[in-house]
Design a protein around this ligand. Structure first.
Ligand SMILES: Cc1ncc(COP(=O)(O)O)c(C=O)c1O
Length: 350
């Protein structure tokens, strides 16, 4: 931060350039483009991939709204495929039926820190000749069959919202890619659409830049990302073991994915009772997310109804996020486990 103040260069400077190179490299990509948020990363990556008004983009609905907002910001319509109930990610078997004549991109979400089953998703997209854009906003450092989240599709989109596995001290995001032309276009779109020579604009963009102070701090934190992810994984392994046979179903760790546990999400058919029980015992928990996007009032015009996406809706009724972060102590974790073990009544049915 002192370096930034000394230079007095606060926007599009050396810290961002260095962060873009370092973060891209850490995610097996040749290019990184820092933007103002994860939502903007998705919006600008979609536009850079050629998504335009009138198009459909296939995604999932068991998420909070930014993914669908980004699709709308690009002028397109979000269309939803149901999820695989084990991984909470897009079910590749549901893609073919969910594709429309106008689908021009597929946007899987690596929810909670686990990468979606990308091979069949990429295959379905290749068959249609459309790009896959990864919503890796919750999956910094995660991997799929040894390849990093964000490097599998045409572009990977990350959020550095403060609570993420790699969080800034404010809003920030990044698009990573191995496609230099795509990177160039996002770079232009984040800066009003400016191209070379300076003060030339061929398409209208937005003002969405990752500032130097955030970049400087993210560079320091990036060095610890692998260690922090490892600590999250160790906490998750302990939770898995200690919660076996209790009222909750522990998350499924897919053998193809290296889960980085942005969230540790259990399932229970008595979720709300359990949440209240935990709160009374001083244990914080959260629901990510209670209302699927297709049932949000803002998306009512899509004409989707309750029952359209059964696995998505079931997950929204059953998921509960337990405390997980690198600094969690064994004693704190045991307190969470004890409170769940003491939860009275029959076992939760998954
Ligand atoms: C899956 C997912 N997509 C998109 C976003 C949007 O990121 P941001 O809040 O940085 O705009 C988030 C985080 O909020 C997220 O978790």
């Amino acid at each position: 931060m002192e370096r930034v103040f000394r230079r007095s260069s606060f926007i599009l400077g050396e810290e961002l350039e260095a962060l873009e190179a370092e973060f891209a490299l850490a995610h097996d990509c040749t290019h990184g483009v820092g933007v103002g948020s994860g939502t903007d990363a998705l919006h600008l990556a979609l536009r850079a991939c050629g998504v335009k008004p009138g198009d459909d983009v296939l995604t999932v609905a068991n998420v909070w709204v930014p993914t669908a907002c980004a699709i709308r910001a690009a002028g397109a319509r979000p269309v939803f495929a149901d999820i695989d109930p084990r991984t909470f990610a897009m079910d590749p078997a549901k893609i073919a039926r969910a594709l429309t004549r106008r689908t021009t991109a597929i946007l899987p979400v690596h929810l909670y820190g686990q990468v979606a089953d990308m091979d069949p998703i990429l295959e379905a997209a290749a068959k249609r000749g459309i790009p896959v854009i990864e919503d890796a906003c919750q999956a910094h450092g995660a991997a799929y069959r040894g390849r990093k989240a964000g490097s599998l599709g045409a572009a990977g989109c990350f959020s550095f919202y403060p609570t993420k596995n790699l969080g800034a001290y404010g809003d920030a995001g990044m698009v990573v890619t191995n496609d230099p032309a795509l990177a160039r276009r996002v770079r232009s779109l984040r800066n009003y659409g400016e191209t070379q020579p300076r003060y030339t604009c061929r398409e209208t963009g937005v003002n969405s830049r990752l500032d130097e102070l955030q970049a400087a701090m993210l560079r320091v934190k990036l060095r610890r990302l692998a260690e922090w992810n490892e600590r999250r994984r160790r906490h998750a392994a302990r939770y898995d073991a200690d919660l076996a046979g209790t009222a909750v179903r522990v998350p499924h760790a897919s053998p193809t994915s290296r889960h980085v546990y942005h969230l540790y999400v259990v399932r229970s058919d008595r979720r709300d009772e359990l949440r209240a029980w935990l709160a009374k015992r001083g244990v914080g928990s959260a629901v990510h997310y209670p209302i699927p996007v297709h049932l949000q009032p803002a998306f009512a015009d899509l004409g989707r109804r309750r029952g359209d996406l059964p696995e998505t809706e079931r997950a929204c009724n059953q998921v509960l996020s337990l405390p997980i972060y690198p600094e969690l102590t064994a004693a704190q974790r045991r307190r969470v486990v004890d409170a769940i073990r003491e939860f009275p009544g029959r076992k939760g049915r998954p």
